[in-house]
Design a protein around this ligand. Sequence first.
Ligand code: PSU
Ligand code: MN
Length: 306
Amino acid sequence: MNYRDYLSITPEIAKAIEENTPVVALESTILSHGMPYPENLEFAHKVEELVRAEGAIPATTAIIGGKLKVGLNAEELELMCKGENIAKASRRDVAVYLATGQTAATTVATTMLIADMAGVRVFATGGIGGVHRGAQETMDISADLQEFAHTNVCVVSAGCKSILDIGLTLEYLETFGVPVLGYQTEHFPAFYCEESGYNVDYKVSGAEEVAKIMKTKWDLGLAGGVLVGNPIPHEWSMDHKYIDAAIDKALEMAKEKGIHGKKTTPFLLATIKDLTGGDSLASNLQLAYNNAVVASKIAVEYAKVK
Ligand code: PSU
Ligand code: MN
């Protein structure tokens, strides 16, 4: 057996990949562990509609029934959104969950991995994992960053949350040769906020330029991802003092409760959501929609130059 035997790609997506029709990968951790039910289900369907409206085919990924799923039907989306007994699969978990038949949501790292196996080059998410604050002591660095170092997928995100050390996250990406592009901005975004206080390496004018950079990088044999920082739309951007206070409180609670390992990110995300009520959820939905639209435009342009 080889990796292809573990992939379960819907006929529509398989045909699109075969015919060089644009496809956009979408992750499921954002559904199972990042948003409440049933808002996440409405989001899961709407984000797929937005991708289609741009002329691309959506491919939400998950691990179900011992398969790496590329494209989920309505029933499978419902399963992932209800989130009951759904594990979170980063790279180190993939083989275990496949071998044991555990249902699992895919993180940025795992979605990149599966997209690459399937031949999908563009992926839209909310925020990426990164170097956690205090990583100098804990060594808590998301496997997402190593995936960027190795796997040829362009990921459109709204940057990362300041639950992370954003400066160190950018340093890490630099060390591993990952281009960080600002979509029509020179600022690296901080998820709920348009700016993080850090700049990107390169500001790009639009999707066409991103597609050219992807093609050039991979033509050269420079393995690894491309990270596009796409800021949250201005009208949905949150006050950074308000959101920082919630983040600080969440970090304090995580420390008190001794939360660590793979539980850290979901705990922080859920706590911030509780502390900020519906405000942060509304912004989260909007930035993810915005990323899906930009990723679709990039997929359309990449299909032309590839
Ligand atoms: N950050 C967010 N929202 C998310 C995640 C991160 O703002 O939903 C999820 C993504 O799936 C990301 C994962 O890949 O958490 C990172 O988890 P960890 O830090 O355990 O690698
Ligand atoms: Mn971690």
